[in-house]
Ligand binder design. Structure first.
Ligand code: TRP
Ligand code: ZN
Length: 497
């Protein structure tokens, strides 16, 4: 049996190599928040002045510019409406340019006389609201649409036409470029966590506003396209092809992705499909399609093992896309993106189970605030430990836990409960985040522990949860107060002995 001893160092190595590669960028990453919306847009709710003497009370309209309220990235997310659906219609050209029409269907939560979408970069050509050309303004990373008159409860459609050449953005949360990347060999892919959805489409860029998605991605013939969900149609044109994808489960904008590759194919994995009971298919470049990495066939077994621990797999299908020139992996909904270096790593299998676990924790149950990111990364890292246990037994699980705790203690990891906004994905969030679950399982025993995980996954599926929500579920199932355990493991400066 291969030793699991040095598993701990995987994320360390991964993290630091990521940081090394992009260390140069970090200097320019000041973490400053973007400018606030215009005074007009951000002004206090305005009361419309009655101009007639009728007794009808005129509705009061407010500007929908207030942020959704994330403590960490205040400018992200917008109040006043709730997006139902995004339709992303993008034409990608061989010169790297994109011409796009995005239709956002939303329901107004208040009477709106303006609203904001988050959107950075690009040339906006035109905005229509319910078919009428509208006045808009770019203010920092806000697309402000005003004036409008939309009544609370009304469903409205915003169509935004824009053009440009996509490129990654510097996020205050993570010290390397995120968003739309150009890889080698004409590859294009999107990896946007936490705050780069609005760098490629106008959106309500906060996990609290989940929506269904459709994609119509037009590319020069020879390129193929994957996105979240299901491939519903391929339209062959003379020189271009349009790929239609559909994500019918609610999805946070940051998990939306497209991957474009030259001659790439979907390689069905019958072994995994059989074991998982859902279609498992990976989007691969020609060399890997001809000879897929053997570990991919364990995906199905991983689905089964995680279903036992977390409950039913939350979506209709799963697969990964393997891209070049990217030293990381990201859990995009139903289609995780893996850098080739991750696939070639001796720890590939553990990254595979980690990203798969995020489909439950991160994608189906999303954070309600970015400060609670341990609910994603701690849980996904815990899945690595479950995989050790599955393969090598309870003794190996204990040994792996002990090794990781020892290494984290020596390294002096601080508390994972509220990482700094510019250090959201630090190693403690992953490692100490997983120790919270180790400690909980030790405290309450296997039955209560796994019932807690399944209850939490089910209760907040297709939605959002907070640390408080998880603690409440754990206390409810255990039937007792667990406040000390959580506060120690989440917030104490030192790792408990
Ligand atoms: N969530 C990723 C993981 O599984 C880490 C991550 C955050 C990331 N933001 C990213 C990876 C952007 C690639 C690109 O650990
Ligand atoms: Zn993760």
């Amino acid at each position: 049996m291969p030793t699991t001893r040095n598993l701990f160092y995987r994320w360390e190595m991964t993290r630091s190599s990521v940081l090394l590669v992009v260390g140069l960028l970090a200097a320019s990453c000041t973490g400053e928040s973007e400018p606030a919306a215009t005074d007009a847009a951000a002004s206090a709710p305005s009361t419309s002045t009655p101009t007639t003497t009728t007794t009808t009370t005129l509705p009061t309209f407010v500007a929908g510019a207030a942020g959704i309220g994330d403590d960490y990235y205040a400018s992200l997310g917008n109040g006043g409406y709730d997006v139902d659906h995004y339709h992303l219609d993008l034409a990608y050209g061989d010169d790297g340019s994109v011409s796009a029409t995005v239709v956002v269907t939303a329901a107004a939560l208040e009477n709106l006389d303006s609203f904001n979408l988050d959107f950075a970069g690009w040339q906006v050509e035109r905005v229509e609201v319910d078919g009428d050309s509208s006045v808009f303004e770019r203010v920092g990373e806000e697309l402000v649409v005003a004036p409008v008159k939309i009544l609370a409860g009304d469903v409205f459609k915003v169509e935004v036409d824009y053009t440009g050449t996509p490129e990654p953005i510097v996020s205050s949360a993570i010290p390397f470029g995120i968003g739309w990347h150009a890889g080698p060999e004409r590859e294009q892919f999107v990896a946007a966590e936490p705050d780069a959805a609005h760098s490629w489409f106008p959106s309500n860029d906060h996990p609290l506003d989940k929506s269904t998605f459709t994609f119509a991605i037009n590319v020069p013939n020879g390129l193929s396209v994957a996105a979240n969900g299901e491939l519903v149609e391929v339209d062959d044109g003379d020189a271009t092809t349009t790929y239609h994808w559909s994500m019918t489960d609610p999805m946070a904008p940051y998990l939306a992705t497209i991957v474009i590759g030259d001659g790439w194919t979907f390689v069905d994995d019958p072994v995994s499909t059989e074991a998982a009971g859902i279609p498992v298919s990976n989007f691969l470049p020609p060399d890997l399609a001809a000879d897929p990495p053997a570990a991919l066939e364990t995906t199905g077994k991983m689905v089964r093992v995680l279903e036992r621990a977390f409950g039913p797999y939350p979506f209709d299908r799963y697969g990964i896309a393997v891209v070049g020139g990217f030293p990381a992996a990201l859990e995009n909904q139903t289609l995780s993106v893996f850098g080739r270096t991750m696939v070639e790593s001796p720890y590939f299998e553990y990254v595979l189970v980690h990203e798969l676990a995020h489909q439950w924790f991160g994608d189906s149950v999303s954070v309600g605030a970015w400060s609670d990111i341990w609910l994603n990364e701690g849980f996904a890292t815990y899945a690595e430990l479950l995989w050790v246990e599955e393969l090598y037994g309870p003794g190996a699980y204990r040994e792996e836990v002990a090794n990781r705790i020892q290494a984290a203690t020596i390294a002096g990891y601080g508390p994972p409960g509220t990482p700094a906004p510019d250090d959201l994905f630090n190693a403690s969030v992953y490692q100490r985040g997983s120790f919270v679950l180790v400690a909980l399982r030790d405290e309450v025993g296997d039955d209560v522990f796994f019932e807690t995980l399944r209850t939490y996954a089910e209760r907040f599926s297709d939605g959002n949860a907070t640390t408080e929500d998880f603690i409440s579920a754990a206390e409810e199932i255990a039937g007792r107060d667990l406040g000390d355990l959580f506060s120690t493991w989440l917030y104490d400066e030192q790792i408990p002995a």
